[in-house]
Design a protein around this ligand. Structure first.
Ligand code: SAH
Length: 554
């Protein structure tokens, strides 16, 4: 039985929901927790306590005997936001109970046992099928027993606590080949195969799938690695092919006959040429969707199938870390950082997020000025097939590493961009709403841009009456550029125009100065700040910088 222990109104409401969800399987214990909890402990194999963790621990401590004998205990907080697996995570099933309770209550399960931290979460995160001795290999990883990684190719895997060299019976094998499993092997199935399919009208889905299965079995390949079916445009709506794709959960990719006809194949057919205008459908489509033909076409009465292998594609994530504060780093950025096996970035930015990286992540950090090297390193690692994260402060695409990296990256890698909160947005939020209407963002660094170009842009922003955000406004070597830029703006807007200077936004030592165009002291500005100059409509309202949106009610 599942004992439900509730002592508050909110707890009783939560307990009632569980009782309704699991009729006949729960017992509700009311009254003071000091009595209800030991009663439930004696009678039930599983306990759900609508109680603080501290209170539960104090009451249960004298009752604990061993993880093999004690019931599973989970605690639910007063707002039913979290379900904490407290006692008996594995042996008694508290982790699993927490997940079930969380599902009914719409809460978060909180699991603290070690498997979750170092098991195979990275592999699950890939969404690739894994089979074999998952339990035994997870336990080996937990116990610090060496686990060997064997991979047919370099796939963009997350960092795993494994080694290619380790001499061990425990293995994680990344392959599309069918291999004997044994009790100490996990096989991860990468998306490495595509099936080219041709068919005459009226073919059944069963026939297509049967032929595909035969082709896989004969070649010793796993169906779990098939990622797509490919055929000619003319067969895009052929019911047997469409249904086979649906049943396999594969996308159906189609190509024009002319494109297929241009592919060189080992087994052209004049019948196909007469029927659909290309001498090969299955082999040519497999080759277009994949890279290397590994099973030439096989035929049944109405179908043909050929298999091609897809070369692994590395993955480059361009990740903006935000202006500095941890809570301005997006959850997506965190997930991508943990997904990467190689992290590339400026040492100070990498330092900012090092604690988030999974053990085993390779870090390539370098100092200021090595932008080109960082971009090259990130792209080269991705090209080798790795999962790479290239990090930058703010947004990685704003005066940062994304453009040099993408300038070098070819079609052979996958690229994912994770937007970040820019310095300009962080500064604006501290100042009020200075960017409420049209604005321009201009870097005053003339290291890579001629001053004449920068000056021209400042003049255009001045003439267009844009609010202006200056990045890289001033450094020890570049002192005159900011006054020169402000002077251009001052020709088009009054001396009293509000100006905000924000240094180290959201970082320790954050500085916010609100002043005017005439009164700005350049000494308050450095390379760790941005300067936001209002437009002619920007006002100070209650000490905040506001650029009206232009609605009539304003
Ligand atoms: N990619 C970053 C910009 C990098 S360029 C972004 O999206 O914000 C570096 C310049 O950004 C610095 O010279 C400074 O002008 C500005 N900057 C970066 N972080 C800042 C912060 N926390 N506070 C104020 N300015 C910052």
């Amino acid at each position: 039985m599942i004992g439900l222990i509730a002592v508050t109104a909110a707890g009783r409401a939560g307990a009632a929901r569980l009782a309704a969800a699991w009729p006949g399987r729960t017992l509700t214990f009311d009254g003071p927790a000091r009595q209800a909890l030991p009663q439930a402990w004696a009678q039930c194999e599983e306990l759900v306590c609508f109680l603080a963790v501290g209170a539960t621990v104090r009451i249960l401590a004298p009752l604990l005997t061993s993880k093999w004998a004690d019931p599973a205990v989970v605690c639910v907080d007063e707002s039913a936001l979290h379900v904490v697996a407290l006692v008996g995570g594995h042996a008694a099933g508290a982790n699993e109970l927490a997940a079930r309770v969380a599902e009914v209550l719409g809460a978060n399960p909180v699991i603290t046992t070690a498997t979750d931290a170092v098991g195979l979460p990275g592999l699950d995160a890939l969404g690739w099928p894994a089979e074999g001795a998952l339990g035994a290999v997870s336990r080996a990883l937990l116990d610090g027993v060496p686990v060997r990684l064997e991979a047919d190719a370099t796939w963009p895997l997350p960092p795993l606590p494994v080694s290619r060299e380790a001499a061990s019976d425990y293995r994680i094998v990344v392959t599309d080949r069918l291999i004997p499993l044994g009790g100490r092997t996990v096989v991860v199935r990468p998306p490495s195969l595509v099936a080219g399919v041709g068919a005459s009208r009226g073919v059944s889905a069963e026939e297509v799938l049967e032929l595909l299965t035969q082709a896989l079995v004969v070649a010793g390949l796993a169906v779990a690695c098939v990622t797509a079916l490919a055929t000619v445009d003319a067969k895009a709506a052929e019911p047997g092919i469409v249904e086979a794709a649906r049943q396999g959960g594969w996308p159906l990719v189609t190509y024009p006959a002319s494109q297929l006809a241009a592919v060189e194949v080992p087994n052209p057919s004049s019948a196909a040429l007469a029927a659909v205008g290309t001498a090969s459908v299955a082999e040519a489509a497999a080759l277009l969707a994949g890279d290397e033909l590994i099973v030439p076409k096989r035929t049944s009465a109405k179908a043909t199938v050929a298999l091609a292998r897809v070369r692994p594609r590395g993955r480059l994530a361009l990740i903006g870390l935000g202006p500095g504060a941890r809570d301005l780093l997006t959850p997506r950025a965190v997930a991508e950082l943990r997904r990467a096996s190689v992290v590339v970035g400026l040492d100070q930015y990498v330092g900012q997020i090092r604690d988030l990286l999974r053990p085993g992540t390779r870090v390539l950090a370098s100092g200021l000025g090595a932008e080109q090297e960082r971009a090259q390193a990130a792209v080269a690692e991705a090209r080798e097939g790795h999962a790479v994260a290239l990090v930058g402060s703010g947004d990685a695409g704003v005066y940062a590493m994304a453009s040099p990296a993408l300038g070098l990256a070819g079609e052979d890698i996958d690229v994912v961009g994770v937007p970040g909160v820019t310095a300009s947005l962080a500064a604006a939020a501290l100042l009020g709403a200075p960017l409420g209407h049209d604005h321009a963002v201009i870097s005053l660094s003339d290291l890579h841009t001629p001053w004449a170009v920068i000056e021209g842009r400042v003049r255009a922003a001045a003439e267009g009456d844009f609010a202006v955000v200056f990045y890289n406004p001033r450094s020890s070597e570049r002192g005159w550029q900011l006054p020169a830029a402000l002077e251009i703006l001052a020709r088009h807007r009054p001396p009293g125009t509000p100006v905000g200077v924000v240094g180290d936004a959201s970082r320790p030592g954050q500085r916010v100065v609100l002043t005017t165009l005439a009164a700005l002291d350049p000494e308050t500005v450095d390379m760790r700040s941005v300067v936001i100059v209002g437009s002619t409509s920007t006002r100070l309202v209650a000490g905040r910088m506001v650029t009206p949106r232009g609605y009539r009610w304003q």
